[in-house]
Design a binder for this molecule. Sequence first.
Ligand code: NAD
Length: 419
Amino acid sequence: MSLFESPFFQDAFSQLEEAAGIMKMDPNVLERLKFPKRALQVSVPIRLDDGTVKVFEGYRVQHNMTLGPGKGGIRYHHHVSLSETAALAMLMTFKCALVGLPLGGAKGGIKVNPADLSRSELQALTRRYATEIAMIIGPDKDVPAPDIGTDSQTMAWFMDTYSQLKGYTVPGVVTGKPIAIGGSLGRADSTGKGVVYCINFAYEKMNKKVDKNTTVAIHGFGKVGIPAAVDLHHQDAKIVAISDVSGAIYDEKGLNIPACIEWVQQRNFLKDMPGAKTISNEELLELDVDILIPAAIDGVVTEANAHKVKARIIAEGANGPLTKEAVDIITARGGFIIPDILCNAGGVIVSYFEWVQGLQMFFWDLDTVNKKLHDIMKQAFDKVYTSHQVYKCNMKSAALITALQRLEGAMKLRGMFPG
Ligand code: NAD
């Protein structure tokens, strides 16, 4: 598949063009933003536990580094492709620009189903992939983090491999590490926490409060969905449905979130959770709830099902869960969308804090991390909301416009080489 071929890339591209048109962006800057700066494809051979050798496809794409080193997760999923990785790298450029970080956009991934590999095979895969992309990453160049299918253990192996290659410990090469080896307090929950901050900011704009009558459905109960569920549960919201790749569960009286987390931690999947009704992932997306949080994968709400989505607020925890057509349909019927590059930016913000702490070898307490996270998210939300009102456009375009204004200014100041 070529760089531009995936539906996800095409969709990100058309959203970019629409926002650039609304804000009347300089076409020469837009032209440059349509292409990633650099894309590396690598073969990742590993010896499986049965002694045979298998080669996996890996990628690292750096979209734009005008504002600083690249930043973006590493995904282990059987759908990973060059084009999907490039689209995600582009979103990272806009996300970092939107929330004011001195970072550019990048993304990486391996086409693999991690559930098919043993722990030692996953370690071998990660170490070989780290070695293959080592030439373009580093604390000053590009700083990976976890994404779908990867976690703090993956980052620990990655950091160790890079450090072995250098001959000394380099904590700033990745974020999302375990706390014991230079991770930041608050990083694990930061994306979900940011999602819930945004939901509260949106409620404030509507002169409402999240309370025991607020109903919520969460699609994807992983590193983003779980902390979001925990924080909303603490606010007494009624989380009526959650799902993972194995299916969805529903209880109109509200699910017992701590019990659901315990179940998933023990069994890996939500399936067969006692005391809750089983529904499909599709049914969950169409529930009549106040808040829907799509926090699994991209492209789950499209032209085909957007008419059936009834939630008043859709908080995009995942990257690209709503296609452009879906955004238009939902906005037209009065739904309020909190766009991905704003809604799930908590992760990259605390990743930035982790990178800064690693460079200085000076670590902050949890209250400092969460306070700084809250303040950055609030500022970004208010800027996007202002763009939404000034340009009379949907929140998706408003978020992109806010990001593009910062990028356009920086790219013009730096100019182009050769001019
Ligand atoms: P994860 O692997 O921890 O969790 C993903 C969840 O989605 C799991 O519950 C999984 O079972 C479920 N899922 C996967 N495929 C599904 C499908 N086809 N239908 C229904 N459910 C499915 O991943 P994560 O880190 O929580 O990431 C989720 C999304 O959030 C991704 O789009 C990712 O890029 C985005 N994101 C993550 C972070 C982060 O800090 N982890 C930050 C920003 C954005």
